[in-house]
Structures are given as C-alpha cells and as structure tokens.
Design a protein around this ligand. Sequence first.
Ligand SMILES: Cc1cc2nc3c(=O)[nH]c(=O)nc-3n(C[C@H](O)[C@H](O)[C@H](O)COP(=O)(O)O)c2cc1C
Length: 140
Amino acid sequence: MQVLVAYESRGGRTRRAAEAVADAVRARGSDATLKALSEVTPQDIEHADAVAVGSWVQGFIVVKVGPAKAALDAVGRLPAMGGKPAAVFCTYAASPRATLAILRRSLEAKGAKVVAENASHRSHPDRGAAELAERLCASA
Ligand SMILES: Cc1cc2nc3c(=O)[nH]c(=O)nc-3n(C[C@H](O)[C@H](O)[C@H](O)COP(=O)(O)O)c2cc1C
C-alpha cells in the first residue's frame, strides 16, 4: 500500500509531525511518500491508496483560527479523490479550535473519506502519529 503524507509547514514542526506519520506507516509495512502540500501533483494523488494531510494552525485577527491559508489553498488545487481514505492532522501552540474540522471538510469536498484526525501541540509534534497511521492504514 502507498500512503502520501503531505504537509504545510513554516517552522518545521508540522513537517516533523508528517515524518512521524510516515515513519509509523512504514513501521506497519506500507510505503510512505512525504511531500510538501504545495508540491503535490495530481499523479501523487492518483498513485496513493491513502492520503494524510497536515497543517499548522493559523489564527487570523477577528476572523477565526483554522488551517494555514496556504494549506487550504493547496487542498483546493488537488484533484478529485473519489472516496480515497484520508487523515488530517495539525500542530498548534494554543488551541487547534476548528482546524481539524475545516481541514476535514476541505478534503471531503474533494471526495476523500476522512477516517482519522489528530492535533498535536508543537512541543510534541509526533504525538498521536502512530494511532493516526494505524487507522488510516486499516481503512485503505
Ligand atoms: C502567523 C501565525 C499564527 C498562528 N496562530 C495560531 C493560533 O491562532 N493558534 C494556535 O494554537 N497556534 C497558532 N500559531 C502557532 C503554530 O500553529 C504552531 O507553532 C505550529 O506548530 C507551527 O507549525 P510549523 O512549525 O510547521 O510552521 C501561529 C503561528 C503563526 C506563525
């Protein structure tokens, strides 16, 4: 099985969270490809049996707290996923608030079937990665 782990990271913590997900996928005997979300191509999606998408939490004054704008923009450019299993994750400093729900809906809008989600504090970006990978792999 081939799992694509795509992340939007500015300071490296969400990249570390993504690496932990990819490591956990490989530990379960599947293949994992790690890629910045902005560099994901339609072919990457096509070749993946399951997809994990992660973002850092970005707060906007007055408006709301959610996934980084760059992450939502990149997900918006992805091709249709036709029921492919997916997982969403994020790293945060104070609170993820609605970040996972918004990320989940953006992937569901592409036709993905979101089966797992995890928010980890930036001080422990790898926390919860193994459970997320387990649920995603079990669904693919
Ligand atoms: C511009 C900016 C806005 C942020 N807003 C929030 C926020 O509203 N809530 C929160 O919990 N963390 C917020 N953070 C913290 C980041 O989400 C957190 O440090 C995250 O782990 C960074 O991930 P990265 O290292 O992959 O970029 C913000 C960070 C930046 C740079």
